[in-house]
Design a protein around this ligand. Sequence first.
Ligand code: SAM
Length: 300
Amino acid sequence: MVPAKGKVICAGLGPGDPELMSVKSWRALKSAKHVAYFRKEGRQGQARTLVDGLLAEGVIEHAIEYPVTTEIHFSDPEYNRILAAFYDRWADTLAQIAQSEDVVVLCEGDPFLYGSYMHLYTRLQGRVAQEIIPGITGMSGCWTVSGQPITWGDEVLTVALATLSEDELTRRIRDTDALVVMKIGRNLPKLRRALESAGRLQDAWLVERGTMPGQTVQKLTEVTGEVPYFSIVLVTDRGAGHDKRHRSRLGENCRPWPRQRGHGDGPGAGGHRRSHGYCRLYPLCETHPRTPWPDPACDG
Ligand SMILES: C[S@@+](CC[C@H](N)C(=O)[O-])C[C@H]1O[C@@H](n2cnc3c(N)ncnc32)[C@H](O)[C@@H]1O
């Protein structure tokens, strides 16, 4: 067999703002002669939208149109059969193009985080060379625009899909400190109930179209109606989980902050005092348990 001259490159494009794409992905795009991207029939597709104006003149575009999205439930064997055949066909097509030239497959966020490309990746292994360019994930874009750090100290972060059953969601929410929930869509009522049962509904935020035009950040309790496909729910306990473990480990050294000398005098101290019973400067607290100054960046 003649070895292929090209390879299949999957370029992670980041969460939405084109400026959040890596230089490596950008370089791959600029020189690409073939570009492929997933999309729903009749739509441009988010990944393709992200590269508007960046592709070389004369580039050959390959729209990989899903044969089904939500018309058949994913638990139906027919759904799996149709999609498996679809991925087989597209793996053949990409392998064929790579015989002579590189082809760049576009991927919103990071390819290896719930990315459709993974279905092609496994099918192409051993057939043709592949290169995966990682991207900033959608969740990372979303927690950044929410203005709330997602995890502190040794907290556990759980990433779940809202397609899980209500019981499973509730269990996962109860078990974690911080939470990201993706693929919300029609599952929003179920997710709300699970958050409520786990006692975390009041801590939940919804970010729609994070870093994209039309971005919104709202408390989940204030959201009415349906949410777009690009929506993420974030729950952070602002360090409370770590706080509990940290205090039991450090005992007296991690005191309620008002008793720490100097706290309350510095910038940001007012907010700190009002909302936090304990010093939340975990890394500093751990290394310098008697740190005398609250972090000016503390969001209080
Ligand atoms: C199939 S997953 C793809 C994830 C992607 N590979 C990544 O790294 O973020 C699609 C889900 O990611 C979430 N998502 C991705 N980017 C987002 C963004 N910019 N704003 C809100 N949600 C986003 C949504 O929950 C959406 O339903």
